[in-house]
Design a protein around this ligand. Structure first.
Ligand code: ADP
Ligand code: MG
Length: 713
């Protein structure tokens, strides 16, 4: 951990006053290695720097931390950061230290000597940020009165709200902050979009006039996919088969399924671990750390997993079961792709899940509320329109265009006239006197001969077997569509029996038509990760960089992403820096990381480039130089060969499919002359005959090109 440099800090502040904009960007590059702010970051930072309170609402991965970390660097004194989980604090502190920023966390699990050392640093002004759990905050008050506090950040601020989903009683004590530190700006941060929770945060923190910054909740880099819940495990195998060692999480509803799935994945050779509340605290920490450090790529977890995880390179999230509400779903998929690179969110949806989730709500005081949310989740799952539109509209945001990055956009449903099916279903429901749940209705329509059907005498009703031609599952899907279109309703409180609505009556008696979406046979096409990564040499370099990163992480005892995010490695792979200067241009490379890691990473890159260089054929080399903007004569000089040879290389590359405009080197007239000579001379071998024929006035290279190219039409 580097000591804070008081001079540097006051220098920053000076700069800041004189050139606020420039110096904020300088801090961003120097400390964090980034060139530009994400949406709203700069505005929030300005507000805090102006001494005003702020509420930042940003989706997970939106970059909230920077909104208090950067102002603290720009100001004298120390920032107090309230954070609910030790794991979260530790990760952020690790990341700050890796960036050369002096920060520490303080909590009840630390040894006394450790605590004492941290307090010493705090009091002597050696910390730019101190992270503390709300429970431990008041034990610090004595010390806090002795130091200069530049701002107070309340991270995961939704924990203050009793109707939020992660309520923490100790957060309610935070209302004292504004009273005890009236002049210090408070910045509250959360990813919870719920209006009521937002207002609650402001009220409870006593910052009613805080400026609110609501960022878009769109996470366009996450591909949204919902699949029917059949053959889930087969789908998962297929999904994983193209994903190498990418990190991902599979969420399940029960402990038992986490263990079952883990077992199956292991049997297939995947490195996976189950995570649930039944494990010891020690085991859970170990599993979490192995995941964070890229040692275990796959975690199969109950929803308890993930809240405390700041891992930026989670490449995919699978919901084995449908989550119980959209907030939970969004939070969980939001753990993917925090580095901004492509990520996949795959959810399996089955009606059985809905029924199970309904059961869970039984007897709870907020049952009605939960059921309503569950229903919206179900509607989302069954959506036949752009998923992202459906999702964002839930958060009150409207997407103007379909997203193009979800299963529906990629594979839009086709509609057909479903009136006949609807009539059959509605008629069957009528004839069963609206007493049966969806399963029995399907059985009857398909003419099943099971005990329940026969006992009730349903084999005698008119629509018995009327939909024999449809598979059980297809019919079920159509009935769900009818539910969604308000044709039928489920009376959950009466054993889930199906009842007709006025629309059903219109269909039966008034000739109303109904459109149903074709059930697209699930094409097994699963998005290939990283289409861009087609060249095998590219992949090699990324893997080499990744290996170096994990070696360094192990040596230093920090998570891999603290060294560099996947996004930084990707940038290195793309730009292939050769020099320190070029390396400093990489996203995520600030001064501290430049000093610490540039050499090691540059070495790996150089070695890789030299190795690929050896493999590169001589004509590829010439072509590469040509693509770099060099002229043929420059290339000839650099490579110490005749220009003619270089033309030969370019022609060869052209033959192999390289995109290169050879017509720039020859006129139409010349092509015609060469072709004429070819005819006249009887298509001889070699070029010398042509050279003599043109009385040494036509260069060899032109002859070569003229023979190869056809005149333009
Ligand atoms: P949140 O707390 O909102 O979930 P984080 O603060 O953890 O998100 O940031 C998520 C990731 O985005 C981190 O890896 C962070 O370094 C990165 N990040 C933040 N701001 C920027 C930026 N301006 N440019 C590039 N990356 C950024
Ligand atoms: Mg955060």
């Amino acid at each position: 951990m580097s000591k804070p440099n008081a001079l540097q800090i006051s220098q920053n502040l000076n700069d800041f006053e004189q050139h606020p904009e420039r110096s904020r960007r300088a801090l961003l590059k120097t400390h964090f290695g980034y060139d530009s702010f994400r949406p709203n970051q700069e505005e929030i930072i300005n507000t805090v720097l102006a001494g005003k309170d702020a509420l930042a609402i940003m989706p997970t991965g939106g970059g909230k931390s920077l909104c208090f970390q950067l102002p603290s660097l720009a100001l004298d004194g120390t920032a107090i950061v309230i954070s609910p989980l030790i794991a979260l604090m530790k990760d952020q502190v690790d990341a700050l230290n890796a960036n050369g920023i002096s920060a520490a966390y303080y909590n009840s699990t630390q040894e006394q000597e450790v605590q004492a050392a941290i307090l010493e640093k705090l009091i002597t002004g050696q910390l730019k940020l101190i992270y503390v759990a709300p429970e431990s905050l008041w034990g610090l008050t004595n010390h806090l009165s002795k130091i200069q506090i530049n701002l107070i950040a309340v991270d995961e601020a939704h924990c203050i709200s009793s109707w939020g989903h992660d309520f923490r009683p100790a957060y309610t004590q935070l209302n004292r902050l504004k009273q005890e530190f009236p002049g210090t700006p408070i910045i509250a941060l959360t990813a919870t979009a719920d209006r009521a929770t937002q207002d609650d945060i402001l009220q409870q923190l006593g910052i009613p006039t805080a400026q609110k910054f609501v960022s878009s909740f769109d996470r366009p880099n996450i591909y949204l996919d919902v699949k029917p819940g059949q053959n889930r495990i087969q789908h998962i195998y297929k999904f994983l088969s193209s994903r190498g060692l990418q990190s991902g999480i599979i969420y399940c509803l029960s402990r038992k399924s986490t263990e079952n799935i883990t077992k199956k994945l292991k049997a297939k050779g995947y490195d996976a671990a189950a995570y649930h509340a039944g494990l010891s605290a020690g085991d859970r920490t170990q599993i979490q750390e192995d995941f964070i450090n890229d040692r275990t790529p796959i975690i199969v977890a109950t929803i308890a997993f993930g809240m405390g995880i700041d891992k930026s390179n989670v490449r995919w999230v699978i919901h084995y079961n449908m989550p119980k509400n959209i907030e939970g779903y969004y939070q969980e998929i939001g753990r993917g792709g925090r580095d901004g690179l492509k990520a996949q969110a795959l959810m399996f949806y089955s009606y059985a899940d809905v029924l199970m989730l309904r059961k869970f709500t039984e007897g709870t005081p907020t049952q009605e509320f939960q059921l309503a949310k569950l229903e919206r989740m179900q509607q989302f799952s069954e959506s036949l329109n752009c998923r992202r539109k459906a999702l964002l509209s839930y958060f009150g945001e409207n997407l103007a265009e379909d997203c193009g990055n979800c299963d529906i956009c990629k594979n839009p449903p086709k509609y057909f006239d479903g009136t006949l099916i609807a009539q059959k279903v509605c008629s069957a429901v009528t004839r069963m006197k609206e007493q049966e749940a969806i399963g029995t209705v399907i059985d009857v329509l398909r003419g099943a001969q099971n005990q329940q059907v026969l006992e009730k005498g349903y084999q005698t009703i008119k629509t018995y077997g009327a939909a024999k031609d449809l598979s059980w599952k297809d019919l079920q899907q159509y009935i769900i569509q009818l539910l969604n279109q308000g044709v039928l309703q489920i009376w959950f409180h009466e054993k889930g029996r199906l009842v007709l609505t006025p629309i059903a009556k219109q269909i039966l008696f008034e000739g109303k038509n109904i459109r149903l979406a074709n059930l697209v046979k699930q094409t097994e096409e699963i998005q290939k990760p990283k289409a861009a990564r087609s060249k095998s040499t590219k992949k090699d370099l990324f893997e080499k960089l990744r290996t170096l990163r994990s070696t360094l992480a192990t040596t230093m005892g920090v998570p891999a992403y603290v060294i560099f995010s996947d996004a930084s490695l990707q940038d290195m792979e793309d730009k292939k820096p050769r020099t320190i200067n070029q390396f400093s241009e990489i996203s995520g490379v600030g001064q501290a990381k430049l000093d610490k890691y540039a050499d090691a990473f540059l070495k790996v890159i150089a070695k890789h480039l030299d190795a690929t260089d050896l493999k590169t054929t001589t004509h590829e080399k010439s072509f590469q130089l040509f693509k770099d903007g060099k002229t043929v004569s420059e290339i000839a000089k650099e490579r110490g060969v005749a220009e003619n040879t270089i033309f030969g290389h370019l022609v060869k590359m052209h033959k192999e499919g390289a995109s290169i405009d050879l017509y720039q080197f020859i006129t139409q007239e010349e092509i015609k002359e060469v072709k004429m000579a070819q005819k006249k001379l009887g298509n001889p071998d070699g070029l010398k005959i042509y050279f003599d024929h043109f009385e040494e006035k036509m260069p060899y290279s032109t002859i070569k090109l003229g023979l190869y190219l056809d005149p333009k039409k």
